[in-house]
Each structure stands twice: as structure tokens, then as C-alpha cells.
Write a protein that binds this ligand. Structure first.
Ligand code: PLP
Length: 405
């Protein structure tokens, strides 16, 4: 458990060019050198503190990278133009043709499609496993396996990965554990639990204002530098680098992450408990009824709660769609994908963010078509929000499903 991440973030202090309280934004794609020799040395990676070209790095990206390394307790971090840009860079950096990945089967639909379909083009194959079964994960590892990949709290089923146990297994087999921590910044610190590489979609809680896409890879200095290598770096050569203007705006937003996470989590726990008491089939890692509750308690930082995501099964896609439309009319939130916004966002993952997963596989993993994923907002009066949702359900005659059906 890491209680110091918010303090480390708070202590990161940068001054602008004229003594400003925010660092100056690097508004350049390229940088001058006083000598041709220094330019050559910089290309060769032999010059500390010199900037070359903003696809390689920029001062604004380095500031944000330092903040993310402070958040995750890693040596350093690189920032990318999206979460998928970060994920694909890590995969392409670690895998060659004919290599193999063991991945949790419940991950964000885009990551699933990347692993299942897209990287097959390059001869990289993935075995999808139940990440909560360490035995099943171990069985899937073969001599060509180059990483174990999972989400600390999975999208959309909210399965909780036992990161310590997975890190132990990865070490035993000499492969890295790569964890996407998008759903649980501050709550879970995967690197502190033994993960080798931590990925974020900054698009979500970390930025928190749903105004851009961005991503990050947090890890060792060696690995992050390898991603930037001018000859062999996946980040540098595939070009998914974040723009400096965005890096600067995300750095400002990350300053309030600790307060936002507490509010998101507090509001989500309140709603989850209320829904459960009413007999609704609700999934939230903060409920004792959740399969991963004990694992989450063991590895989380209690100050930031169990996260802002919960799912509610309302029985059918028709019910889910009608409820989401009505909740939007009633200003409870927006019928939109993504998460981590100040306003509640809801979507039916089976027909949206997880639609890349074939129907039979959705059923197998328990992704029912009446499932609504909620990213709970920063509502000031969550009791009022609960009453409003219940009123929407009453109008649509949506009744609690028996928990056992
Ligand atoms: N990881 C998780 C857990 C996500 O939910 C998402 C997007 O929804 C991503 C990665 C991809 O991030 P981005 O949309 O920033 O590329």
C-alpha cells in the first residue's frame, strides 16, 4: 500500500520562465543546438537535458511524466497521445514476431481487440485467461510468453487482479507484469505491489475533465528510454507522443486528483450500498458481496476508496437503454462512454466499449446485455441522485432482479 503518492505529487514544484506558478509550455516541435556535435550526440542518446524534437520528448511532456512517476512510485514515465498509444507502444516494444502474451480476458474492449486481432498481423498471439485464477494464468505461460497483461480493476466487469500474486508469478517465469491502472489511480499502486510497467489512459480520472485523450507508461528509466530510442523505440517510431499543450493542461488537472478520487469513490460506495439494499444486482469492489473485495482491501490505499465505477444489471438491453435515456433527460448524467468526469457517465458496455468482444465471449465472462456501467460523478448531494435514479426506475417499472437469478 502506498500512502505517499499524493504527497510526492504535491511536492513536485515547477516554475514558469518568468517565475510563473505553472511551468512554461514548450511551444516548439524542434530545438536549436549551438554546435553540430551536440546535435549528433543528442541523436545518439548521449546528451542529458538536451531536447531534439518533440516526438522524442519535450519539457512539458517530461514534467507530466515526472508527475506520473510520482503518482505510481516508478523511476520515470513517458506520456502518449492516448491510452491505446501507451498500450500499443509497450506491446510492440516487448514482443517480436511469434511471441505470446497472457492477458486477462476482462479488459477494455479496445485493448482486447488490439491483443486478439490486430497484433496477430505481426505474429503475436494472446491467451485470454481468468486473471483471478493464478493457476490458470500460470498454465497459459509458455516459453514464448513475453508478458502478463491485466487491469488492476477491470473494464467493465470490475474484476480485481491480485497484483502481488501476479507479480510473484511473473518473476518466477522471468517476464514482466504489465498493469493498466486506469480505473484506480491513487487507490492502487501496482508498481509498489510488484508490477513492472504501469499504464494509464490519462483520458479518464487523471485528467478528469473529459476534454482530451492521453496515456502514460510508468516504469524503469531503462524501459522508458527504450521506448524513446531513435532506432528501436516503439513510442518514438510509431509516433504516439502527446502534444505539449495537452501535457501542460493534464499536469494542472492532476493536482486535484486526490480530492476527486475521494469524492468519486465516496459517491459510488453510497449508491452501490443503496442499490444492493434495494435488491438490485450491483457490482462494486467496495461491497462485501464482490468477489474481489478482500483482494482489493488488501492492496488498496483506503484513503481513496474503491473507485468511481459500478455496474448495475437491469435485466435487458431495452431496460438499460430506456433507463439511460431517462436518466439523461433528468440530468443525472450523460449517456456517454468513458469515465472519470465530474458528471456521471453511463453506457451499456455490451453494445459500446466492449462491443469488440464477440457476443458468446461476453456471455461467458458474465457481461450480460442488461448491464449498465456507471462512472459516478462528483455530485454534491448523492442522496438526491439516488432518489432520482430510483424514480426513473419506478417510472420505467424496472424492478430489482433477484440476486441469485
Ligand atoms: N484502458 C482502459 C481501462 C480504458 O478504459 C481505456 C478507454 O476506455 C483505455 C485503456 C484506452 O484509453 P484511450 O481511450 O485514452 O486510448
Amino acid at each position: 500500500m502506498d500512502n505517499k503518492a499524493a504527497n510526492r505529487l504535491q511536492d513536485l514544484q515547477y516554475f514558469g520562465e518568468f517565475g510563473g506558478i505553472n511551468p512554461s509550455i514548450s511551444d516548439s516541435s524542434t530545438y536549436t543546438f549551438l554546435s553540430a556535435k551536440t546535435m549528433f550526440d543528442t541523436f545518439e542518446g548521449n546528451t542529458e537535458g538536451c531536447y531534439l524534437y518533440s516526438r522524442h520528448s519535450s519539457p512539458s511532456n517530461l514534467y507530466l511524466g515526472e508527475a506520473l512517476a510520482a503518482l505510481e512510485g516508478t523511476e520515470t514515465a513517458n506520456v502518449y497521445a492516448s491510452g491505446m498509444g501507451a498500450i500499443s507502444s509497450v506491446i510492440m516494444q516487448l514482443c517480436n514476431a511469434d511471441d505470446h502474451i497472457v492477458s486477462s480476458r476482462t479488459i477494455y474492449g479496445g485493448s482486447y481487440a488490439l491483443l486478439k486481432n490486430f497484433i496477430k498481423k505481426f505474429g503475436i498471439h494472446t491467451s485470454f485467461v481468468d486473471i483471478t485464477s493464478i493457476a490458470e494464468v500460470e498454465q497459459a505461460i509458455n516459453p514464448r510468453t513475453k508478458m502478463i497483461y491485466c487491469e488492476s480493476v477491470s473494464n467493465p466487469l470490475l474484476e480485481v487482479a491480485d497484483i502481488k500474486a501476479l507479480a510473484h508469478l511473473a518473476k518466477k517465469h522471468g517476464i514482466p507484469l504489465v498493469v493498466d491502472n486506469t480505473f484506480s489511480p491513487l487507490s492502487i499502486a501496482p508498481a509498489k505491489l510488484g508490477a513492472d510497467i504501469v499504464i494509464h489512459s490519462l483520458t479518464k480520472f487523471i485528467n478528469g475533465t473529459s476534454d482530451c485523450v492521453a496515456g502514460a507508461v510508468c516504469g524503469t528509466t531503462d524501459f522508458c528510454l527504450s521506448l524513446k530510442d531513435v532506432n528501436n523505440g516503439a513510442g518514438m517510431l510509431m509516433g504516439s507522443t502527446l502534444d505539449s499543450l495537452r501535457a501542460a493542461s493534464i499536469l494542472k488537472n492532476i493536482r486535484t486528483l486526490h480530492i476527486r478520487m475521494q469524492k468519486h469513490s465516496g459517491n459510488a460506495l453510497y449508491l452501490a450500498e443503496k442499490f444492493e439494499n434495494e435488491g438490485f444486482r450491483v457490482v462494486y469492489p467496495g461491497l462485501a458481496s464482490h468477489q474481489g473485495h478482500e483482494v482489493m482491501k488488501k492492496q488498496m490505499n483506503a484513503d481513496y476508496g474503491f473507485g468511481g465505477l459500478l455496474t448495475l444489471d437491469v435485466g435487458s438491453l431495452e431496460n438499460a437503454n430506456a433507463l439511460m435515456e431517462l436518466m439523461q433527460i433528468e440530468k443525472i448524467g450523460y449517456l456517454a462512454v468513458s469515465l472519470g468526469f465530474y458528471k456521471t457517465l453511463f453506457s451499456a458496455p455490451g453494445t459500446s466499449t466492449s462491443s469488440e468482444i464477440p457476443l458468446e465471449e461476453q456471455m461467458e465472462m458474465g457481461l450480460s446485455n442488461g448491464l449498465i456501467r456507471f462512472s459516478i460523478g462528483l455530485d454534491n448531494d448523492i442522496e438526491r441522485t439516488f432518489k432520482m435514479i430510483v424514480e426513473c426506475m419506478r417510472q420505467l417499472e424496472i424492478k430489482p432482479l433477484s440476486v441469485t437469478t
